[in-house]
Ligand binder design. Structure first.
Ligand code: G3I
Length: 317
């Protein structure tokens, strides 16, 4: 196989990319996104602030464009994200809703969005980033008003809206065993024992060069897989100080390959999504000034050593 998607597919895995709506007019960008990847995640357009900017007024235009793109390129859509404290419009975060009002606001959002995309979106990140680093529940309008029960409610509502979608919980800094991933493990264990419809755990995997431990990632994924859940790498990137140099780009390639190896070693790992096409498209430099070069293609859309690292780890050439 000479593309990432075909090489991944030969191992029964999908290979995904986060797509930015504003780049769909760039043919270099779309050529790579459509040709190399078998899964697409909307980087922003399915988030609450885009999709329901005012109460009960839905804007599906960007999401529909992504679905059209995916269907034109024979790709699955990995929906991101239904309930998140970030990119949440003020009418929700500052709405002053009572518990029963907020429950109906949340359920109305989930029901409308999941129903609209039913049959077109295969996975949903139902809740995103609900934990603090120490494993306590992150403060948000949802947790503060409803307590932890908003999580089970969100999954049940999403399942009712599309019983065929795979429903996931997604977070960062949960890739290896630590306080946060232990809390996630306890939560999903408890959701399963209550019969909550949860299918998958997403490990965002915003990683840092030279701090990537593939075997620790593998064993952590395996413990979640042993609960009967699918496990996915949902937002992979490996950032470094910029400008990059050839030795660090080589180490990055090896470290990307170690993440692929971890997924290959865990049969319940469905696939891997990278969080952007090229280094020109990455969120990293905006958030971490002086860091970047985190993706598989450079700023000129040329494949980096990391591209070859991923391809060959999947057995491609
Ligand atoms: O759309 C506006 C545009 O109109 C305006 O001119 C411009 C000026 O700042 O901002 C644009 O919005 C930006 C949006 O991306 C679209 O480009 C926001 O400012 C910016 O904050 C937003 O960043 C996104 C970030 O989530 C927000 O939290 C990134 O693109 C996106 O990659 C990032 O993705 C998150 C995942 O959803 C969850 N996990 C972490 C990951 C990285 O932060």
């Amino acid at each position: 196989a000479s593309t990432l998607r075909d090489a991944a597919e030969a191992n029964g895995k999908w290979m995904g990319v986060a797509v930015a709506d504003g780049k769909l007019g760039n043919s270099t960008y779309t050529g790579i996104a459509g040709g190399q990847f078998s899964s697409v995640t909307p980087e922003n357009v399915m988030k609450w602030d885009t999709i329901e900017p005012s109460r009960n007024s839905f804007n599906f235009a960007g999401g529909d464009r992504l679905v059209d793109f995916a269907q034109a390129h024979d790709q699955q859509v990995y929906g991101h994200t239904l309930v998140w404290h970030n990119q949440l419009p003020n009418w929700v975060s500052n709405g002053g809703f009572s518990a029963s009002e907020l429950t109906s606001v949340m359920n109305n959002h989930i029901t409308n969005v999941v129903s609209h995309f039913a049959g077109d979106v295969k996975y949903w990140d139902v809740v995103n980033e609900v934990f603090n680093e120490d494993g306590t529940l992150r403060p948000s309008v949802f947790s503060s008003t409803l307590g932890q029960s908003f999580i089970a409610t969100a999954f049940r509502t999403a399942h009712a809206a599309d019983p065929n979608a795979k429903l996931c919980i997604n977070d960062y800094n949960t890739e290896t065993a630590n306080a946060k991933s232990n809390a996630l493990y306890s939560l999903v264990s408890s959701l399963l024992s209550q019969g909550v419809p949860i299918d998958c755990v997403g490990f965002q995997s915003h990683l840092i060069l030279d701090q990537v431990n593939g075997s620790a990632i593998q064993s952590n994924m395996q413990r979640f897989a042993d609960l009967g859940l699918e496990v996915n790498v949902t937002e992979l990137d490996i950032r470094m100080n910029t400008p990059s140099d050839s030795t660090r780009l080589q180490r990055q390639a090896t470290q990307y390959a170690s993440v692929v190896d971890a997924c290959l070693a865990v049969s319940a790992c469905g696939g891997i999504t990278v969080w952007g096409v090229s280094d020109a498209d990455s969120w990293v430099p905006n958030t971490f000034p002086g860091e970047g070069a985190a993706l598989l293609y450079d700023e000129s859309y040329q494949p980096k050593p990391a591209y070859n690292g991923v391809l060959t780890a999947f057995g491609g050439e």
